[in-house]
Design a protein around this ligand. Sequence first.
Ligand code: AMP
Length: 408
Amino acid sequence: MINILVLNAGSSSQKSCLYCLDEKELPQETQKPIWSANIDWTATSNQGVFNVKANGIKQHLTLESNDHHQGIRQMLDTLIQGKTKVIDNFSAINLVGHRVVHGGTNYSEATLINSDVKATITELIPLAPTHNPAHLEGIEIIESILNNIPQVAVFDTAFHSQMPLENAAYPIPYQWLEKGIRRYGFHGISHQYCANRVAELMNQPLSSLKLITCHLGNGCSLAAIKNGISIDTTMGFTPLEGLMMGTRGGSIDPAILIYLMREHNFQAEELNHLLNQESGLKGISGISSDMRAICQGIKEGNQRAKLAFDMFIHRLHSCLGSMLTSLGGLDALVFTAGIGENSTIVREKACEALSFLGLELDLFKNNDSPVGVDISSSDSSIKVFVIQTQEDWAIAQSSWQLYNSLSH
Ligand code: AMP
């Protein structure tokens, strides 16, 4: 057996899990980790908490220190001691897989981490200022705790790295493109996992399908996937472009920023905060970034909640149209992440826009908490799937494949 530790480090949290997998054959079905833990660094003003799940037990523990190195060490110690012990010592871990948000155009697949890879992740910090430093920190902490263990980077940008240049470039002076100002796209691990899963469910090779995957969570993006390649996506140079999101505005006229700087003396940091933290569903509704609260607000007659919802749907329709025309056809529409997996009404409204193409949603199936099934009606021209995204499992799969290719 091979034990793969997955680290998914964000700016405010650290999610980790351990998969115990067959050494010879990678299971096709999604596997459950034998241990999982989640640190919330922001839980209280000066001390975080973490949850651990293993051996059928769930524990809620307080971190002894808010220092990330000590916190991760304390979390990893629950792998080898106490009620959640699943391995005898750290040397039983064969490989560590990291989710890395930004790999630029350098990486199109999972990559063994060495000093060059770390240098690239460091160089890309200006493009992913909250994520890439957290990933580097995670990589270095693992190095110090688990010494020379092989570590793998699985990039969120990798799946989009084969996008045609005309879809990736912005119509600005060419020198900027040469300096790396272009569309990179994000949520790639999720889009790729969902595309593969849908091809399995449709029993057709991914290389023969045209898909739109809708990752609708706190962050939202669409990907147009043709023959297994992401040819277009709504997020761009940063995860701020495209759809309306929980707290992010998505695309706006860039001249608004110039106006605010010129006429209202806004500084870059303030604009960054407003567009990333105070916009989207939260900014328009004034209630919350959470789609559940928006829908509750609508029921209570809140007009701003209704406006936020209607805008979310309008932008989803616009971006669906854009992905659809990039693809020039569509075999299946796929929903995933918090809103995509759980919001019946968002799926229903999204599908309405494609009814002129013969897409027909089965409203009963849509209402029936569907996961991993086609929820279109039997004579719909386009299939509709709800897929539970499994980023950690996808990272474990990619890491396993790389490990296997290296050891043969
Ligand atoms: P994620 O980023 O994938 O974890 O998604 C988180 C978001 O999913 C939340 O902020 C909510 O907006 C949304 N969400 C979660 N559960 C539901 C639900 N039952 N109905 C509607 N939206 C939901």
